[in-house]
Design a protein around this ligand. Structure first.
Ligand code: PLP
Length: 497
């Protein structure tokens, strides 16, 4: 099982190399050259095992240069009941809205209360094993651009992991107070956190630029370091996400909600396109998915793309109450485009060059299996309110976007296929917006943590321990930098300037 770059099919590497390197030298993203195919018997075996067993199967089929022991070690360390609050790290809540069943796949039971933990609790283990295979003795420098949740999840995953250092950049006004507090209180000797005076796309572009600047790479090499990535451009981020779609399907079968072989839809609140792409990869492996429903907030560049075939980032950028989806350049779309072009690196490179130079590209037909929809802040709040009124279910702002778009989809198409809705964050990560939605007429408490308490009082929903524990922590980090100074900041943080 080998991997190649989306922008140069001749750039072929092993899984360990793809994970250690993060991104290809040509700027392309690593993709598997082929996918394993799961038939009925494979699924029957998966039905009988638990989340960890399913993860081991998927990992070993896609990481052929890792031994069974190595994979088992990674999986056992990552998905402990202690870290994820139970034996199943990704349980399904069966809910009801206006008579429609919602199968809500809760992906936020990990240590930072966002779905990113599903990948970032295991990536450091995959990465340190990959480094050993390919670059023994070197220190990996993880640069992260975050719209809020990746940063904290990466910090928590990498803190004090040997032979790694991590620097996280976030948009100064683009994350929630809880997200900011989560990051700025991060523990660990090998971590740095810095705000940038720009939006998420500026942060992401800045990080990509540092990655591909030869003089920076040379400085690192002189100091026995190399860059790697914990953003969802890293294959080690995507791979763990394939597992939970397969596992959710098995759980639906085991719970008697569907029969083995039945088709499902997936509904995914989308930003950088990693999560929904993982479901697409699961379908290439044989998971019977009927529709991929891509839900966006007011930054609806993907909705337009799916409807028209034109990707155009030249538009207003909105700061919304679902900040982890405030993105105009969805990096992982490149991997889908590569697949849809019939694994054509030249065509993919052309689109990506157009995006770089004009902020725009045209792909005449996007696969009819994708449906795109969006939901503004007002409707997001209305959906949180409805879910709570009708079913006493408290959902966060991102999940509400997905539920709202799913509702639009069902109204438009009448499609009754059972659907899995990816729930990507704990409502307590976005307490203010959720509280306002649940109780539109109440006066808001002053501080973030008072809002958490109030939301708990109103809803009765349990406050996740990692968030409750933050209350008494003081901030360690307060750095702010200009976008143009990110490179200097990184070199300074590493002590190699
Ligand atoms: C990151 C994130 C998303 C977007 O996921 P992508 O894989 O980037 O599309 C959605 N919701 C939450 C809460 C997130 O943290």
């Amino acid at each position: 099982m080998l991997y190649n770059s989306t922008q140069n099919a001749k750039e072929i590497v092993s899984a360990a190399q793809a994970i250690a390197q993060g991104i290809s030298k040509d700027g392309g993203l690593f993709v598997p050259q082929e996918f394993p195919k799961y038939d009925e018997n494979t699924f029957k075996a998966l039905l009988k095992t638990d989340y960890k067993g399913r993860a081991k199967k998927v990992f070993s089929d896609l990481l052929s240069d890792f031994t069974e022991e190595e994979i088992s070690d990674c999986v056992e360390k990552a998905y402990t009941a202690q870290k994820f609050g139970g034996e199943n790290p990704a349980p399904i809540s069966y809910c009801n809205l206006d008579g429609t069943t919602l199968n809500i796949l809760e992906l936020w039971h990990g240590p930072t209360c966002a779905f990113k933990d599903m990948a970032l609790q295991i990536l450091p283990h995959l990465l340190t094993k990959s480094l050993k295979k390919k670059y023994d003795g070197k220190t990996a420098v993880i640069l992260v651009a975050t719209s809020g949740d990746t940063g904290k999840a990466a910090l928590e995953g990498f803190k004090d992991v040997e032979h790694t250092k991590i620097v996280v950049f976030y948009p100064v006004d683009g994350v929630s107070p809880m997200q900011k507090h989560q990051m700025n209180t991060q523990e660990g000797e090998n971590v740095r956190v810095c705000a940038i005076k720009g939006n998420f796309d500026d942060a992401q572009t800045g990080v990509k630029k540092i990655f591909t600047t030869p003089s920076v790479a040379e400085k690192l090499a002189e100091n026995n370091m190399l860059f790697s990535s914990a953003n969802s451009i890293n294959w080690g981020r995507l791979l763990p996400q394939i597992v939970y779609y397969i596992s959710a399907y098995c759980d639906l079968v085991n719970d008697g909600k569907i029969e083995l072989g039945d088709k499902i839809n997936v509904v995914v609140p989308t930003g950088n396109f990693g999560n929904i792409l993982a479901s697409y990869y699961a379908s290439l492996m044989g998971l019977p998915i009927n529709k991929f429903i891509c839900a966006s907030n007011s930054n609806n560049v993907l909705t337009d793309f799916i409807k028209t075939g034109v990707y155009d980032k030249n538009r207003n950028f909105y700061t919304t109450i679902s900040p982890s989806m405030d993105i105009l350049v969805s990096s992982n779309l490149e991997r889908l485009l590569y697949k849809l072009s019939g694994d054509n690196d030249e065509v993919t490179r052309g689109w990506m060059n157009a995006l770089k130079s004009e902020g725009k590209y045209v792909k005449a037909v996007i696969n009819e299996k994708f449906y795109g929809g969006f939901c503004d802040d007002k409707n997001t709040e209305a959906t949180i309110h409805e879910m709570f009124e009708q079913d006493k279910y408290l959902c966060d702002t991102h999940t509400a976007v997905a539920i709202n778009v799913y509702k639009q989809y069902v109204e438009e198409t009448g499609d009754k296929t059972p659907s899995v809705i990816a729930s990507t964050a704990s409502p307590y990560k976005f307490s203010k917006a959720v509280l306002e939605a649940v109780e539109p007429n109440a006066t808001l408490p002053e501080t973030e943590f008072d809002m958490v308490d109030e939301l708990h009082k109103v809803s009765g929903a349990e406050v996740p321990a990692p968030l409750a524990n933050l209350k008494n922590k003081t901030a360690r980090f307060s750095d702010v930098t200009e976008v143009n100074d990110m490179e200097n900041y990184v070199l300074g943080a590493l002590g190699v300037d």
